[in-house]
Design a protein around this ligand. Structure first.
Ligand SMILES: [Zn+2]
Length: 189
């Protein structure tokens, strides 16, 4: 991609500069900018491991790695919606205010932050964490952090970013014996 490939649009998605067509996923980008005035950069991609989770109906909400809990909180899964339609926006809308990274079922991942660089780094973190979650699953002995530990990390996160404490992942204490969260509404299909 070169700078000449870039397209500039207004908040209605109308092209104001550039020669290429506006992305079919523009609705998703505009929705995030509307709901999150703090956001100035969005990255959407289809990284293979995280998208594999999204195509398996799995979120990345388990607190397996302390740095991910501090950096991103939890990474929920939005139900499938056809790209470029309000279906997809409807699936994402309730999650956008509370998360900075969202898996999109059978599609990919979207991350966002105060700058394009921060959104990009969050995308890297999601794929990195997805690899770790996959290895943890293969080894078959996942030891997610407990609620108390997650609480402590959320305090660090809060102090660090003054961010929303409701973004915490499911603690091990909340997991049923099969390893699935007891509360599955919203973030899983
Ligand atoms: Zn896409």
């Amino acid at each position: 991609m070169r700078p000449s490939d870039l397209v500039i649009v207004d908040m209605e998605g109308k092209r104001v500069a550039g020669t290429r067509r506006v992305s079919s996923e523009i609705l998703m980008h505009l929705l995030i900018y509307r709901l999150r005035p703090d956001v100035h950069g969005i990255v959407h991609a289809h990284p293979p491991i995280a998208t594999g989770f999204a195509a398996s109906g799995l979120d990345l909400n388990r607190p397996l790695v302390c740095e991910v809990v501090v950096g991103l909180g939890s990474i929920p899964l939005a139900r499938y919606g056809t790209p470029g339609t309000p279906e997809l926006s409807d699936a994402l809308e309730p999650l956008i205010p509370h998360h900075d990274a969202i898996l999109m079922a059978n599609h990919g991942v979207v991350t966002y932050g105060p700058s394009l660089e921060s959104a990009y780094m969050k995308m890297e973190t999601v794929e990195h964490f997805a690899k770790i979650a996959l290895v943890t699953h293969v080894l078959g002995n996942a030891q997610p952090l407990g609620e108390k530990e997650v609480e402590k990390l959320n305090e660090v996160r809060h102090r660090y970013k003054n961010s929303d404490l409701s973004r915490k992942p499911v603690a091990a204490d909340d997991l049923a014996s099969n390893g699935e969260p007891k509360e599955t509404a919203g973030s899983r299909r």
